[in-house]
Design a protein around this ligand. Structure first.
Ligand code: HEM
Length: 434
């Protein structure tokens, strides 16, 4: 299997760390759908062929685990929460958390997500025509607020700054640990380890406050926090799951919404069509069923997640010999699947870099080569919630405001952190509708 040499990698070292998306794009353009990296021991492969991706994530998922640097880094920050954990803990916790994301529950909490969006949108009142604004900061607040209200039945506003600071520090550390070349002993007093311990303590203190507050109010309920508290898990385990949900659930949606607003600001006819569709919609927008009730708005969200998938790299390690995209690989092989690359593959998508929501109109639930939420048993547990939240937030924002790009516009660079963020924020112009 072809791929860059050790010398190429050494030469590109700085740019790989600074901008992994460009590096992965370049090697895929150069070597094709399966790229081999020069590492000692079992192979490390970048797989962008949709069938190969499906096999690793879905068909042969039982033999591909999460014992990778990426998830080890995450686990050092979040503890073994749902996203980073492995069997048997993973399955037990997934079953515990699942009812918080069932359809009935999502229908019941739609108004909470709407309230989170309204709270942020009401902050725009008084904005004049063409007010410059970092919409990424706005969507961040909404993302956090929605998780708090809908999943923890908690108003996080009292904790918001603490949480945003601690989770953004946590995200920085996950990225730093995931990209470190040499594994360092976890006990060594390196600057990263010292920061890590401090961040874990801060996150644990916030979780402890949330848990204590909830116990005071009465622990039971159908929301995620209620389920966790009733489950018999220890407070540390509950805290790990809370931190996981906050990190996995707000950064991703916030980034996805910022990119969606950018694409709509660049394409006014597409934005007008969202507004026209919303004007014809009866009653409040719920979290489910948009493919039927608001097909264009939903297609906009699907297409934005194709072009800017927040989860840009998924990693797995094989537990036995297998064949991937026609190549036999030994046990211990590392595979990286990058939704970013798969979604921009010219063999799968016509005119892949163009924003064309119509490609999703009338499309079924799954298109081959489309995996913003992963695939198979480890599919995102928050998928329906996130899609619903995105449509609800767009509905609240775009019925009251128009977004435009400023004069002399150039797109912010995508920055691969825990999610793909717009580097330096998303500076758009917001105007109230008459
Ligand atoms: C898993 C993406 C929103 C919680 C995943 C995975 C992806 C993903 C790709 C699979 C990771 C893998 O296979 O290695 C996204 C995107 C989102 C989003 C793009 C928003 C647009 C959310 C939300 C929550 C959430 C809102 C919770 C509130 C989780 C959890 C997992 C997960 C707990 C691990 C599931 C498991 O392994 O059982 N997400 N996610 N995500 N996501 Fe999301």
């Amino acid at each position: 299997i072809a791929g860059p040499s050790s010398l190429d990698m050494a030469r590109a070292f700085r740019s790989i760390r600074a901008d992994p998306l460009s590096f992965l794009t370049e090697v895929t353009e150069r070597y094709g759908d399966v790229v081999s990296f020069p590492v000692p021991g079992p192979p490390a492969l970048l797989v962008s062929d949709p069938d190969g991706a499906r096999q690793v994530l879905q068909t042969s998922a039982r033999h591909w685990g999460k014992q990778t640097v990426q998830y080890a880094a995450l686990a050092r920050v979040t503890g073994p929460g749902l996203l980073a954990s492995s069997e048997p803990t993973w399955l037990e916790h997934r079953r515990l958390a699942a009812p918080a994301f069932h359809h009935q529950r999502l229908l019941a909490v739609g108004h909470q997500v709407g309230a989170a969006a309204d709270a942020a949108v009401s902050g725009l009142r008084g904005a004049g025509p063409g007010t410059p604004m970092d919409v990424a900061a706005l969507t961040h607040r909404i993302g956090l607020d929605a998780v708090g209200r809908a999943l923890f039945s908690t108003d996080l506003s009292g904790h918001a700054q603490r949480l945003l600071d601690a989770t953004s520090e946590a995200a920085t550390l996950v990225v730093r640990l995931g990209r470190s070349v040499l594994p360092t002993a976890t006990w060594a007093p390196t600057p990263t380890n010292v920061r890590l311990r401090a961040t874990r303590r801060r996150l644990a203190a916030i979780s402890a406050d949330l848990i204590a507050e909830r116990r005071r109010r009465g622990a039971h309920g159908d929301d995620l926090l209620g389920l966790l508290l009733a489950s018999g898990l220890s407070d540390t385990q509950i805290s790990d799951e809370l931190v996981t949900m906050v990190i996995a659930g707000h950064e991703t949606v916030a980034a996805a919404l910022a990119w969606t607003l950018m694409l709509l600001a660049e394409d006014q006819p597409a934005q007008d069509r969202v507004r026209a569709e919303l004007a014809g919609h009866d009653g409040p927008v719920s979290l489910l069923g948009h493919r039927e009730t608001l097909p264009w708005t939903r297609a906009v969200v699907d297409e934005a997640l194709r072009l800017y998938p927040p989860a840009w790299a998924l990693s797995r390690r094989s537990t036995r010999d297998d064949v991937v995209a026609g190549h036999p690989v030994p046990a211990g092989t590392l595979v990286i699947v990058s939704p970013w690359l798969v979604h921009r593959r010219a063999e799968t998508w016509a005119d892949p870099l163009a924003f064309r929501p119509q490609r999703f109109l009338g499309a079924g639930a799954t298109l081959p080569g489309y995996l913003p939420f992963g695939q198979g048993p480890r599919l995102c547990i928050g998928r329906e919630f996130a899609l619903g939240e995105m449509v609800v937030v767009l509905s609240r924002l775009l019925t009251a405001y128009r977004v435009d790009v400023p004069h002399g516009w150039s797109r912010p660079r995508p920055e691969a952190q825990v999610a793909v963020h717009p580097r330096g924020g998303m500076p758009l112009l917001v105007s109230p509708l008459a």
